[in-house]
Write a protein that binds this ligand. Sequence first.
Ligand SMILES: [Zn+2]
Length: 130
Amino acid sequence: MDEVRHLLYSSSYDTLIVLGLLVIMEPSIQSISLVKKTAYNSGDINRLTKADISIISLAYQLGYPLISDDYPVQNVSKILGIKNFCLGTAGISNIRKWTNYCKTCNQVYSPNISECRLCGNKTRRRYKNQ
Ligand SMILES: [Zn+2]
């Protein structure tokens, strides 16, 4: 619903619902859980909004393709086997797994760790192709 909020106060919103062209759905808890787990494992979890997770979960649940130019959305979708179409970009060609690392001591951390536990420097983000 957040994705179409700009239509909420226009007559077209009601018309789309009445005609069955707009259906508001919530994804299941199971598909949300799977998407969050996948995004955590790939290192994309901190780059996805609540709406991103919701829309990926629904696409997975319904077997529908996605239309997104957002790289974290594309990465998680690709891992889950969801077809993604891009409008303004070429899209991703490889699945990436993101990690954080310390530039000073090269210690590797999960993507949610922003400070090195050994030396205290800020961590940086990097990926490796799967
Ligand atoms: Zn360090």
